[in-house]
Every structure is written in C-alpha cells, then in structure tokens.
Design a protein around this ligand. Structure first.
Ligand code: SAH
Length: 273
C-alpha cells in the first residue's frame, strides 16, 4: 500500500515535468534579476563561489565527476571541470539533454549565452576573464557524455555508464527536492544517487529551502518538497553521508516570489561513508 502510494507520487512528478521548458527556465533563473553576476549578493554568484571554494579546498579530487539532474545548465560544473578529467552530465528529460548537446557541439543552438558565467568563474580562479574561451574549451573537452537518469530508481544510471568503483564526486543542484513528491522520496533519492559514488567520495548538493513550487515554464507549476536545514542534515545521515559543511543563503525580500516561493538556498559538502 505504502509502496504503491510512493510510486504514484513519483509518477505524478514525471507528468509535471513533461511541460518543462528549458529556454523559459534558463530565462527565469539564469538571467537578471535572479542571476545578476554584477551583484555580489545575488544568488548565482553565491552558488558559483560555494562551488569554487568546494572544488579548490583540496579534499575533492579524483577522475570522474557526475552532475545529477543537470537540466539545461552548465554553471554547476564550471569549477569542477578544472579538477576532474571526466565530467558526466545527466538529466531525466531529452529536451534538457538536447539543450546541453547544443552547447557542447558549439553550433549556436543554445538558449542561453554561458560566456558571463565562464568569465565569472575564471575570475574566481584568479585568471583573466577575457581568456574565458580556454575555459569553454576545457569544459567541452572533459564532458564525456550527457545521459538519461532517474533518481527515483535504485539504479538511477545505466549500468555501463560508470566505472565499477563508482564516481569520485557528485554535484547536484535543485534536483532532488524538485523531483520528489515528499521528504521520504527525497531521502530515498539521496540514497539512490549515493550508490553511484565510491566510498569516501564527495557529494556537493545545492537546493531550495522552504519551497513548495516553482515554474519550469509558462504555466508549468512543479511541486517541490519544502525543506529546512535540519531535514537536509537528517536525510543525508539516513542515506549514508557524513556532513562536512552546510551553508545557507537567505533570499532577499525583493527576490522572493518571482518564479517560486523559496526562502533560501542550501549548499552542502558531504562525504559518502
Ligand atoms: N541542475 C539544474 C536544473 C534543476 S531543475 C539547475 O541547477 O538549475 C530540476 C531538473 O531535474 C530538471 O532538469 C528535470 O528534468 C530533472 N528531473 C526531473 N525528474 C527527474 C528524475 N526523476 N531524476 C533526475 N532528474 C529529474
């Protein structure tokens, strides 16, 4: 009975995602005012700074980085591509994988210009922002593939995609809470993706706090599990991770309620036990 209800909840989420519109999502969330790279207190510079710090502290290393639920975005692997020789992008929807392929093949089939993001991250790395094309080339060189994923399946990725030892690091942004019907499903999804990670490997997780919906496109209202910090910590523990660091960004009042009802964002660095 309980299992059937869980399955129905997950199936209902998949239906919601059928209307997801990559171009509208990018426009809403990755252009100003929400993504204002000129403002230090804007959300995207905060996320990029967290990722930059996490990837340069020295403890996150190895050969393979996997991004879980990439969506149509690339910002989340712009720091990691300097540390890992291989980066695997994943998403549930073909429209998102197609958007990413458009950038990878560099044929101008992109809904968003990622140049300012590449420049911003280059600057964080102490390099000349004007040399951003080197970073774009590096990113294109290390992305090995863009593959389907379903975080609700115990085997979320196809078997032949990863080395048997697992990935060295996972990054995942705004995915698990916005594809799970409830907290139990969120926790199970954390456990499922943990199976892709080698013991001692790291998880870098970014997600919304206190959010019960967001718009994945015009009129496409997607339900989200409203999380607080304590729930994130408890779910990580239950799913076999040791928390290393949790940081919280509180959304400015004037940035709230544009395309969702989040109150903030969390950034987690954790390790698989
Ligand atoms: N990582 C991006 C996109 C987050 S939006 C960012 O930081 O903005 C949430 C993403 O989860 C969408 O791309 C959606 O296609 C994907 N998704 C939906 N259902 C999923 C599932 N069952 N498993 C994995 N990803 C899923």
């Amino acid at each position: 009975m309980e299992e059937k209800r869980a399955e129905n909840g997950v199936a209902a989420m998949a239906v919601c995602y059928q209307g997801f519109d990559p171009a509208a999502y990018l426009q809403n969330y990755y252009t100003p005012p929400l993504a204002d790279l000129e403002r230090k207190d804007s959300i995207v510079p905060w996320k990029l700074a967290c990722l930059h710090k996490a990837f340069t502290e020295g403890d996150v290393s190895g050969e393979l980085l996997v991004d879980i639920g990439s969506g149509p975005t690339l910002y989340q692997v712009m720091s990691g591509c300097e540390v890992f020789n291989k980066v695997l992008l994943t998403d549930f929807l073909e429209v998102n994988r197609q958007e990413l392929r458009g950038w990878l093949q560099d044929e101008g089939r992109c809904s968003l210009d990622w140049t300012p993001f590449l420049q911003h991250v280059y600057k964080l790395e102490g390099r000349r922002p004007s040399a951003w094309t080197e970073k774009a080339a590096k990113l294109r060189q290390v992305i090995m593939d863009i593959v389907p994923i379903d975080v609700h399946c115990p085997l979320s990725l196809a078997l032949d995609v990863l080395p048997s030892a697992g990935a060295d690091c996972l990054v995942s942004c705004y995915c698990l809470e916005s594809v799970s019907p409830d907290l139990a499903a969120f926790t199970r999804a954390l456990g499922n993706i943990g199976r892709l990670l080698r013991p001692g490997g790291h998880l870098l997780l970014i997600g919304a706090l206190g959010e019960s919906y967001y718009f994945g496109g015009p009129g496409v209202k997607i339900p989200v599990v409203p999380l607080n910090e304590a729930q994130v910590c408890a779910s990580l523990k239950e799913s076999g991770y040791t928390l290393i660091m949790l940081e919280v960004y509180t959304l400015r009042q004037d940035m709230r309620g544009l395309f969702d009802n989040a109150s903030g964002v969390f950034f987690v660095k954790a390790m698989k036990e």
